[in-house]
Design a binder for this molecule. Structure first.
Ligand code: GLC
Length: 690
């Protein structure tokens, strides 16, 4: 059951689209302390799940988190806020409930931080909608919540392929070279990402015609090879007379305003910019309409960036900073003055005071940005999503964003922002995935190999071995770091095996994604959700369930030749790759072993991937391919651990259309007690044991 209670004058975030009961009386589960503060005791064994994109574990206990969309490329264990704001959590203890704090400004969650036995929630202002959900299990609570906030975004099938990105491929020829090197090495690839340098002077919806003289020709040429181009779009629109997007935006009043009605000036990549007022419906329609310029050139996917929005400096703060810096010129700078001087420059970026200086023209009136800060990336992506759906009603387009709020999950996916080539960020990637799924973000993944800092071959191999299971599988790195296209490393064959395995597993991974999206379920689950009676499973922080049949336990420590894995039940270990397998189709490298429940040390070489199959479960696989379109989804092989009879519901469709709910997309694969396979459904799938 879902109950809602409103406080003060809540802002309509449009996160919620489903029904609920309105509560008049006192709150169950939480104590209302007034002023936007709520609390509840946490018993010793209680586990707290959720909060989406955040640092730390699957169990969020023991830290303080802020929902305050922040551009923080150097985040660490003690960071409080990342790029998204996902105010949903589930307490699973003596009390079991879910809570969604629908409030668009800053929210602080103390999850056993000041007092290990206390959960506290504090909104910046006391105007909010609170939703409380009770249910039979954390998974049941999550499902109810997901119905409340609506169906998750579904990308085209090709977007489940592997993508190569880099800030930046500077010319069309450099892009061609990436494609050619992948194809020469026989490594599958479905997308190459264009970062900010494809644009003319970092101006949204423009193309640098010297470096990319014929973008539509390039898009068509690569599509012939099964590779899509995915350009970046930034939130800030460059201030430049003669640039049509800027001039139109000013003329039509579509930018965020200062208190005096002038357009707010901030700076990002191109220097001075205005921010489209995406909280205003007309401005949203106007900005979204511009994606057509790229769709018309054969582009089928976009990533929306810098939409916290990130601010390098505001025009006004820069002026006052220069004036203050001048005052230090002749001084002997000691500990304090030197620190103050440094702070002045560092304080230019994403300064909280700047977020108080501009306004949105929302349907319910003028609203100061800081009060609705967490809705900006959401509405930029909504602008794109709504426009794209109107422009391309018959076709799915790839769309994902850096910043987000719950509600945005209906319009696009997210990537988890700038991370680092650190081993600890592999684990962080794993731990974020189920938390994001709880909040509706199913199409998600991290920058594989790490964005900032220099990668190493072993780190990239291990990270990809996790990445083959994340719906968004993209290798991305920052300008100035060591290049991390996989063909640049000595063990190209190891990369080929691992990335090819993604394509082998696609029938299962796509089917599990679609069932999670259509049924408001989770694609990645903590072990505790699958084994609620198992006390140890509740503590496992480095293994995940992927769909209904598979458990993964990636290696995330340098120089480790394997790791301990906890098996909650008897399972079948499935191993792919390995040096004996060089040159073979990865499908033929499979090795299987039955393991008893409990703890096992499992060796995993750098060129191998292992996962674990649950008894009575099946995994349909393909022979792979060099891109998603090349994969044969009709003649399938079956991996499984059948115990008696068992069955699997396979979802498959053409990967482009939006007729998701057509029952013809379902095939039931049944295995009888003798191991004979038969299929039920109209899709004509042929399935044989591997
Ligand atoms: C931001 C993005 C990153 C991108 C860079 C340049 O840092 O998060 O992915 O490469 O900007 O556009």
């Amino acid at each position: 059951m879902i109950r809602k209670k409103s406080y003060g004058h809540p802002f309509d975030t449009e996160a919620v689209v489903g029904p609920c009961e309105v509560l008049d009386g006192p709150l169950p589960f939480l104590t209302e302390e007034g002023g936007g503060r709520f609390s509840c005791p946490l018993d010793e064994d209680a586990v707290v799940y959720g909060l989406g994109e955040n640092v730390r574990g699957i169990n969020k206990r023991g830290w303080i988190y802020e929902s305050l969309c922040s551009d923080n490329p150097n985040h660490r264990e003690d960071t409080r806020a990342l790029y998204g704001a996902h105010n949903f959590l589930v307490v699973d203890g003596a009390q079991r409930f879910g809570v969604f704090v629908d409030y668009p400004g800053k929210v602080t969650f103390g999850v056993g931080y000041t007092d290990s036995g206390l959960l506290t929630i504090q909104t910046e202002e006391p105007d909010l909608n609170l939703y409380l959900i009770d249910g039979d299990s954390p998974e049941d609570i999550v499902r109810q919540f997901r119905v409340l906030v609506g169906r998750s975004y579904i990308p085209p099938k090709w977007a489940f392929g592997y993508g190569q990105s880099r800030w930046s491929y500077m010319t069309a020829d450099e892009v061609r070279e990436v494609a050619a090197r992948y194809r020469e090495a026989g490594i599958p690839l479905d997308a190459i990402y264009l970062d900010i340098d494809y644009m003319d002077g970092y101006k949204d919806f423009t193309v640098n015609r010297e470096a990319f003289p014929d973008l539509s020709g390039l898009a068509a040429e690569l599509k012939e090879q099964g590779i899509r181009l995915v350009p970046i779009i930034d939130a800030g629109v460059k201030i430049e007379p003669g640039y049509p997007v800027y001039e139109e935006g000013v003329r039509q009043g579509c930018f965020c305003k200062e208190a005096d009605g002038s357009d707010f000036v901030a700076a990002v990549w191109p220097g001075r910019v205005h921010f489209p007022d995406v909280l205003n419906e007309e401005a949203r329609r106007w900005f979204g309409g511009h994606y057509q310029a790229l769709l018309d050139q054969g582009i089928e996917g976009f990533w929306n960036d810098m939409n916290e929005p990130s601010i390098f400096y505001s025009e006004k703060r820069l002026e006052s900073t220069f004036a203050q810096l001048d005052g230090y010129r002749a001084k002997n700078l000691d500990l304090h003055t030197y620190g103050a001087l440094q702070g002045l420059v560092a304080g230019l970026k994403n300064n909280p005071e700047d977020y108080k200086c501009f306004y949105h023209r929302h349907k319910d009136g003028l609203v100061r940005h800081d009060r609705v800060h967490n809705l900006y990336g959401y509405n930029m992506t909504r602008a794109a999503g709504e426009a794209i759906e109107a422009l391309e009603p018959e076709k799915r387009i790839l769309l994902f964003s850096r910043s987000s709020y719950i509600g945005m999950h209906r319009y696009g996916g997210i990537w988890t922002g700038d991370n680092l080539s650190w081993w600890s960020h592999i684990l962080l990637n794993l731990q974020m995935m189920p938390s994001l799924n709880m909040c509706g973000f199913l199409y998600t993944g991290a920058d594989l190999g790490g964005f900032g800092a220099d990668t190493t071959e072993d780190l990239l191999l291990r990270w990809l071995a996790l990445g083959i299971f994340t719906p968004l599988m993209r290798n991305h790195s920052a300008m100035g770091t060591r290049r991390q296209e996989v063909y640049r490393f000595p063990h190209v064959e190891a990369f080929r095996q691992i990335i090819s395995l993604r394509y082998v597993l696609l029938p299962y991974l796509y089917s599990e994604y679609m069932k999670a999206a259509l049924g408001n379920g989770m694609y990645f689950r903590p072990l505790a959700f699958a084994y609620p009676e198992d006390a140890f499973a509740r503590q496992v922080e480095d293994q995940l369930m992927v769909g209904e049949s598979v458990m993964i336990a990636p290696v995330y420590q340098q120089n480790a030749r394997g790791r301990y894995v906890y098996l909650p039940e008897r399972m079948k270990l499935v191993r792919f790759g390995g040096s004996h397998a060089a040159g073979q189709n990865v499908l033929e490298t499979v090795r299987e072993e039955l393991l008893e429940p409990g703890h096992h040390y499992i060796e995993v070489a750098l060129d191998e991937v292992v996962f674990f199959l649950r008894p009575g479960h099946l995994v349909p696989v393909s022979r792979g391919g060099c891109c998603v379109e090349d994969v044969d989804f009709t003649h399938l092989k079956l991996l499984g651990y059948p115990e008696g009879g068992c069955s699997y519901e396979l979802y498959d469709d053409d990967g482009f259309s939006r007729d998701y709910d057509d029952p013809a997309h379902i095939t039931r694969i049944c295995v009888d007690g003798d191991g004979m396979i038969h299929t039920e459904g109209t899709a004509g799938k042929e399935v044989q044991w591997l």
